[in-house]
Design a protein around this ligand. Structure first.
Ligand code: BG6
Ligand code: MG
Length: 226
């Protein structure tokens, strides 16, 4: 584990870390899975976290052994339908939907001159940051439509560090999904997992919720792990 003193930047996932849009992605996919006749399970729901829109659809079709049943056009229509449902679910989101501890943590990062970047797989993340009134904290956002591979591939976190002009070992990535932790680790950055410590057992550091995450608690955990 690197020394906390060498950390210069924080790269955030959005859905499930900054706000609970993860729940709405799940609901919208669940609805589509029902329509396609694919059984919805907790394993499928967990596996979809952090995965790009089209990769998620493929994962759902595979879970129902339907991966060869549809044309590309039909698949694009299914993904668009899911996104329409998702957009309806997030319509009324406001800054009241930011997860506890996140505003104070972002303020602390700014006060201590850390660089901040967003590395979400979601093409909707700029709208969500606006709704939450958090756009000012994220001048740097990785555009997921410019990437070759989605999480768990490290590309999005590698790009995040590049955009911040930092070395991977100077960055901490924060995620709520196993695929995201794999991406951070693959990029050579320090990973923080928020949520179920067993599901996120590959993370360098775990917090059960965003409430527990602060510069002090991260420093303390990094010291213990050295
Ligand atoms: C990730 C979510 O952040 O973004 C996934 O965890 C989602 O559930 C992915 O599928 C893509 O999001 P969008 O908004 O571009 O469909
Ligand atoms: Mg997430």
């Amino acid at each position: 584990m690197v020394n906390f003193k060498d950390i210069k930047g924080f790269i955030f996932d959005l859905d499930g870390v900054i706000t609970l849009t993860s729940k709405y992605h799940g609901q919208a996919w669940h609805q589509l899975a029902d329509e396609l006749g694919v059984k919805w399970t907790k394993a499928l729901a967990d596996g979809l976290k952090g995965i790009s829109r089209m990769d998620s659809l493929e994962m759902i079709l595979r879970a129902g052994n339907k991966e060869n049943d549809f044309t590309e056009e039909e698949k694009i229509r299914f993904a668009a339908k899911k996104n329409d449902n998702y957009l309806k679910l997030i319509e009324k989101m406001t800054d009241a939907d930011i997860l506890p501890g996140i505003p104070a943590f972002l303020e602390d990062l700014v006060a201590h001159n850390y660089k901040i970047c967003l590395a979400s797989a979601s093409k909707n993340s700029p709208i969500i940051l606006e709704k939450l009134d958090l756009a000012k904290y994220f001048p740097t956002i990785v555009d997921p439509s410019k990437l070759k591979k989605g999480k768990p591939d490290p590309e999005i976190y590698v790009r995040g560090a590049e955009l911040l002009n930092l070395k991977p070992e100077e960055c901490i990535g924060i995620e709520d999904a196993a695929a995201g932790i794999q991406a951070i680790n693959g990029a050579g950055e320090t990973s923080i997992g928020i949520g179920d410590a067993n599901e996120l057992r590959d993370a360098d550091i775990n917090f059960s919720s965003t409430t527990d995450m602060s510069l002090e608690s991260i420093e303390a955990k990094m010291k213990v792990n050295r």
